[in-house]
Design a protein. Sequence first.
Length: 198
Amino acid sequence: MKAMSKAAQTRQNILYKAFEMIYQKGFQATSIDEIIATTHVTKGAFFYHFKSKEEMGLAMIREFLAPGMHTAVIAPMSHTENPLDAIYDMMHYILLKDPFFQSEYGCPAVNLIDEMSPVNSLFKDALLTISKQCQQAIEASLQRGIEKGFIRKDIDTKHVSIFILMSYSGVRNMGKLLGPGCYPVYLKELKTYLHNLT
């Protein structure tokens, strides 16, 4: 594999550190000066890689958030035998086991949707693309579940997939308020909901 150039390493480091800060503080509350101070690059180096904070944020969505959502949601749904088990296992892992997520900060994708979708159309479009990809992966998995006999034929797979994503968004936000103790409650009710699809 070809080694990453120093410029590419600098760019990736800026995005990674910015992603960590924005996850904890929010996009609008994180300044370029803070990102520069954390990454130990010059302001000139930052603007060499990104014309603006907005451009950096959009690159962060494409290069960090989208691949992360693919790993967490899309990939587990792509080759599953029983989608209901896969949905529960996915939620259980990302809520209780994934080392990156912290309950007090919620989910970086959900946070950006809440914060930036109402005020920036480019962010909204980028985040909508990721959300649709996740929803469609869940929907396709549910459809395969119907074909294999795991799910009732009268189930509206699109509605269920949208509901799954909305419920995840909700529990992540409530986790910021109530702490991780609300996650097992959600998972218990999710299991009941999924069982009712059979």
